[in-house]
Write a protein that binds this ligand. Structure first.
Ligand code: HMG
Ligand code: MG
Length: 298
């Protein structure tokens, strides 16, 4: 069966803008987030407290958080790689964080300058302190469906990293198909294997990049397997600067079109959302890659 309601975890301001060449002014980023909330999105990943040299697009994290209106209605998680990032998040009143692990050694090295073991050692005190401070902690496991340097990634390898990061005490695991190579049968098999390892679909989210046009099909497979949290990026912007051949995420508009067509509630106003993505496309100087945004354009 399919769920009655899906929670969309919007990643446009973080995953989207981190990989755009244009540096967007803080005021425009803040407006983007406010407009996404006004379109009905209730979880919006806002920025990253990573090293500013690694991701210059998000070097304004403190300033952006300071520019946002206070709200209880919207959760605004931020990416945090290490204790230095956690310190910055706490100093800025953040209540929700996401750490980001890799299923492969190649990507752990390129994205975190660590082996998989070293990165888990880096995350352990972050999760422990975050939980002691009452924060909500999500963890990503990247390269869950394939890796640009290593090729196929065995399911057992993804499950093993997933088990280890969830044992640190995270509340939610987002399965990252960072380069968008996965197909629906793989997604079903992965979710089944995770359930067998004690990580049920109620603790999972899915995070599909749309490089090979499989993101919606993969999402439907995940919904059928019991997942109800889906990551998406408004207008389909973005990618990962440290993963070759990674393009934007599943576009939030494409996701909403499918979910509403299936009679699944999202709380999102599609017209308002598409208008927001058209506006952001103007700021970025290129058309939105989302098919639904294009189709709804006047
Ligand atoms: P490193 O060079 O190994 O850092 O980078 P270090 O621990 O050796 O520290 C070196 C210096 O950096 C120190 O300063 C630290 O204080 C400073 P110094 O003492 O030399 O003056 N530093 C920091 N400064 C500010 N904020 C921090 C911070 N940490 C250290 N948080 C590090 C290691 C993890 C920091 C680096 O590799 C990094 O920032 N990586 C982030 C890469 C990134 O953001 N990638 C994109 C997000 S992941 C993604 O997009 C995938 C996802 O969407 C899911 C999917 O699609 O699969 C989530
Ligand atoms: Mg991503």
């Amino acid at each position: 069966g399919l769920p009655e309601r899906v929670t969309i975890y919007e990643v446009g301001p973080r995953d989207g803008l981190q990989n755009e060449k244009a540096i967007i002014p803080v005021a425009d980023k803040a407006e983007f987030i406010v407009r996404l909330a006004d379109a009905g999105l209730r979880t919006i990943e806002t920025t990253s407290f990573v090293h500013p040299k690694w991701v210059p697009q998000l070097a304004d994290a403190e300033e952006l958080i300071g520019a946002l209106p206070g709200t209880d209605a919207v959760r605004r998680p931020v990416l945090v790689p290490n204790e230095r990032g956690l310190d910055r998040a706490l100093a800025n009143g953040v209540t929700d964080i996401a750490i980001f692990a890799s299923a492969t050694e190649s990507f752990a090295r390129r994205n975190l300058n660590r082996t998989v073991d070293e990165s888990l050692a880096m995350f352990a005190p972050v999760v422990e302190r975050a939980r002691a401070e009452g924060l909500w902690v999500r963890v990503y496991v990247s390269m869950a469906c394939g890796d640009p340097w290593e090729g196929d990634v065995p399911i057992e390898q993804v499950v093993s990293v997933a088990r280890r990061v969830m044992d640190l005490g995270c509340s939610q695991l987002s399965l990252g198909d960072t380069i968008g190579v996965g197909t629906p049968g793989q997604v079903t098999a992965l979710i089944t294997a995770l359930a067998e390892a004690g990580i049920g679909p109620d603790r999972l989210a899915v995070h599909f990049h749309d490089t090979y046009g499989q993101a919606l099909a993969n999402t439907l497979a995940a919904l059928r397997a019991g997942v109800t949290v889906v990551d998406a990026s408004a207008g389909g912007i973005g990618g990962c600067p440290y993963a070759e051949s990674s393009t934007g995420n599943l576009a939030t508009e494409d996701l909403v079109w499918m979910l509403h067509g299936l009679g699944i509630e999202t709380g999102v106003d599609l017209e308002k959302l598409a208008a927001t993505s058209r506006w952001m496309a103007g700021r970025l100087g290129r058309p939105s890659p989302s098919r639904v945004v294009q189709a709804l354009s006047p």
